[in-house]
Design a protein around this ligand. Structure first.
Ligand code: DGJ
Length: 743
């Protein structure tokens, strides 16, 4: 009887007492024991860099060094420099919880509402494959049992360390990830100058530079898609000195993720810089189910003592080998139909463009937007997206007919799709209203007259893969796909995810990548360009699946100098599609000489995007010469080491060069961007990366008469580095290209 009364009282109390009061009963001063571990230093090393992770006897891990090798890592076992000991040092993967109050990489909300996590090392392991040494640190929170692996892939030859984390919920209930960064890096230096990239449509990858001051600077995208319109998930950091192409400790970083990102730089009161980078938690407090794990995208870091030039060469070498689909491959020159025909073409238009492309020596023809949609024909950007059947009123003979014609002329053939999107004016929008990104009861905003398909939905993933697959199946002669994505997310919402909208931004991109995995499993050799209204999806997440990007819809050679220079700080020239277009330029109205347009485009993957019929005989002859000479040196552009000699942001002249790995060949591009002072001597371009002892024969390309007295002569690498080039530029928008061959 007595027992029954007590049980009843407990039940009543449980029903009546607020949850907090009930839980308060559990609070004691008891703590969960943290097993002691051996204090040591774990070294993550590449040929020329060291990242040192200090483990104390409690198992807390701190990054105590990243930069030039400092010898025996054990020197750091119980010692670190650059931290104010009163404030302590942030952990290698700082959490909400523990003693450190700086910015966090991990913030977890547990089922009981608690939000503290403290990670301790439980073990580590090292494995290696093909020039990559992987160090994995197993970490654990002893109160909640949450586990985190910190993974460091050290790419030995390229001096790149790619970092990511794996967060595991071994509990019986879901937890919520409020912040789940890929990596955290702590640095000490006298100053930190940050170079990062901003820009909008047609003005991508512009340079911004600032000296970091105390508190936090954040680079972020909340656009969902088109993540690199606005800024790019990458940066260059000059340590203890202003930005330099050639000298001084410099770090470059890039996040391999095509969705919302957040890279934050916190300079604390002890002058330490902490960089936390990863997926942006914006509207994404991600639920992690019991027993599941979440793998964050890679944050790619390199360090160089040779300034931004050294750092970007490291990244480019890494990208060609690891970061870009078929990164070492030389992709064909091409004529794209967009600026030459827009939506207005028939089979006849295309065949004549193919004839002209073949005559000029180009190697591929790409049919851009406008070839599909019968009931809702794609004759403008108002209609047709989603209805991927051929418009037989434009091309009655079929895509295979056009593709086979291109092949018969010795050209490859490519075609455009935008599979993630749908026009309201389409059969697809009517058939599958629940596939559209939307929030119930709210207007579905249009941008470029289109809506976005909800790639978090597996049925939509199947559809998008099907669009790709069916398009490639239109002809056995399709060699190239241009995958476009012309709008960002607004007023987000996934009908598929129901009440779990926190998953949308993450799972849209995971859905995109899952389609890309299927695309590459089936079509490993196909060349696929990543385009997003120009350069709105230029990141190393996408490049794992794509061969190249369209860095900007701005095809004006003057604008391109800045866009391509910015892009080159992080991404290699082999991914940079650059097209010669008509004048006045369709985006800016600028008029520049054809040679200048060719010489700017030839520093990337050369293409043309105009109506060849509009060129004069003289212009056609120059085009032939430029294309043919490009074929002679393009291997240097695709696979050589880039040296930026003069920045288009700094003065009247711009120059860059690519040098073969054995230093026996090089190509130098020089441009005059402004000419306002007739008595000024042209800037001497001091060449870099050559062997001082070798003698190089210099041959100017694409010209009728030479603009440098040295054309045809030989000079030592030492002379070219010390005396340099001094082309006779006497007008704005003139240019010169030189090939150097060791004798
Ligand atoms: C935007 C792309 O950037 C252009 O190159 C072109 O493909 C258009 N879309 C077509 O709609």
């Amino acid at each position: 009887m007595k027992l029954k009364t007590i049980a009843l009282a407990v039940l009543i109390a449980a029903a009546v007492l607020p949850a907090q009061a009930r839980k308060a009963k559990k609070f004691t001063h008891e703590t969960v024991a943290i097993p002691a571990v051996e204090a040591r230093v774990i070294a993550v090393e590449t040929a020329g860099t060291q990242l040192l992770l200090q483990v104390d006897s409690r198992g807390e891990v701190r990054t105590v060094h990243y930069g030039a090798p400092v010898g025996d890592p054990a020197q750091f076992t119980d010692f670190f420099t650059g931290f104010n000991h009163n404030f302590g040092a942030p952990n290698a993967y700082p959490t909400v919880g523990g003693r450190f109050n700086g910015q966090e990489a991990l913030h977890v909300e547990y089922p009981d509402g608690s939000q503290n996590t403290e990670l301790y090392l439980t073990g580590s392991e090292v494995s290696s494959r093909e020039g990559i040494v992987t160090t994995t640190l197993h970490m654990k929170d002893y109160v909640t049992a949450l586990e985190v692996d910190l993974v460091y892939d050290a790419h030995q030859a390229e001096d790149v360390i790619a970092m990511h984390s794996v967060i595991r919920n071994p509990g019986k209930k879901p937890v919520r990830l409020r912040n789940f960064a890929s990596a955290s890096l702590n640095l000490a230096a006298d100053s930190f100058e940050l170079t990062h990239f901003y820009g909008g449509w047609a003005t991508e990858m512009q340079i911004d530079r600032e000296l970091l001051t105390h508190d936090t600077k954040v680079l972020e995208s909340r656009r969902g898609t088109q993540n690199t319109q606005g800024n790019n998930p990458s940066f260059v950091l000059s340590l203890g000195h202003p930005f330099s192409e050639t000298d001084g400790a410099t770090i470059a970083g890039a996040l391999a993720w095509s969705g919302n990102f957040r890279i934050s730089f916190e300079l604390d009161q002890s002058d330490r810089l902490n960089i936390v980078s990863g997926i942006s938690p914006f509207a994404s407090h991600y639920p992690l189910a019991a027993g599941k794990s979440f793998t964050t995208p890679e944050m790619i870091y390199t360090w160089s003592a040779d300034g931004a030039g050294g750092a970007s060469r490291n990244l480019h070498r890494w990208a060609r080998k690891w970061g870009v689909w078929n990164g070492g491959q030389v992709n064909p020159t091409l004529l794209n139909s967009w600026e030459g025909a827009y939506f207005n073409f028939t089979t006849e238009t295309l065949l004549r463009m193919i004839d002209d492309a073949a005559d000029m020596g180009l190697e591929m023809f790409v049919l851009d937007d406008g070839w599909f949609g019968m009931q809702h024909p794609r004759n403008s950007d108002n209609a047709g997206l989603g209805d991927w059947e051929l418009n037989t009123r434009k091309i009655p003979e079929g895509i295979d007919y056009v593709a086979s014609y291109a092949h018969s002329k010795g050209l490859k053939f490519g075609i455009w799709i935008e599979p993630e999107m749908v026009n309201p004016d389409s059969n697809l929008a009517q058939a599958h209203p629940d596939w559209v990104v939307q929030s119930p009861g709210r207007e579905i905003y249009q941008s470029r007259n289109q809506w976005i398909l909800d790639l978090s939905n597996p049925a939509v993933q199947d559809f998008v893969f099907g669009v790709f697959d069916r398009t490639v199946s239109l002809s056995p002669n399709i060699d190239y796909i241009k995958w476009d994505c012309n709008r960002r997310v607004m007023s987000f919402g996934s009908p598929y995810l129901g009440a779990e909208q926190d998953r949308f931004y993450v799972e849209y991109i995971q859905g995109l990548y899952s389609v890309c995995e299927r695309m590459r499993a089936k079509y490993p050799k196909l060349i696929v360009q990543c385009c997003s209204a120009g350069g709105s999806r230029v990141d190393y997440g996408a490049l794992r699946y794509f061969n190249e990007v369209w860095p900007s819809d701005n095809s004006d050679a003057i604008s391109r100098t800045r866009i391509q220079w910015g892009t080159s700080l992080i991404y290699p020239a082999c991914v940079m599609a650059a097209h010669v277009s008509a004048v006045p330029n369709h985006q800016t109205g600028n008029v520049t000489p054809l040679k200048f347009r060719f010489d700017v485009a030839a520093s990337g993957r050369l293409g043309m995007e105009l109506q060849p019929k509009a060129l004069s005989a003289e212009e056609r002859a120059l085009a032939d010469r430029c294309i043919s000479s490009y074929k002679g040196y393009r291997e240097l552009v695709f696979g050589g080491d880039l040296y930026r000699l003069a920045s288009p942001y700094d003065g009247d002249f711009y120059a860059l060069m690519y040098v073969s790995p054995d230093k026996r060949r090089a190509v130098v591009f020089c441009y005059c961007l402004r000419f306002q002072n007739c008595s000024i001597a042209t800037h001497p371009f001091l060449l870099q990366g050559l062997d001082p002892a070798l003698s190089y024969k210099v041959t100017e390309q694409n010209v009728d008469s030479s603009c440098w007295w040295g054309d045809g002569r030989s000079f030592t690498g030492a002379f070219l580095a010390g005396g340099g080039f001094n082309p006779a530029f006497e007008k704005a928008n003139t240019s010169a290209v030189f090939v150097l061959e060791a004798q």
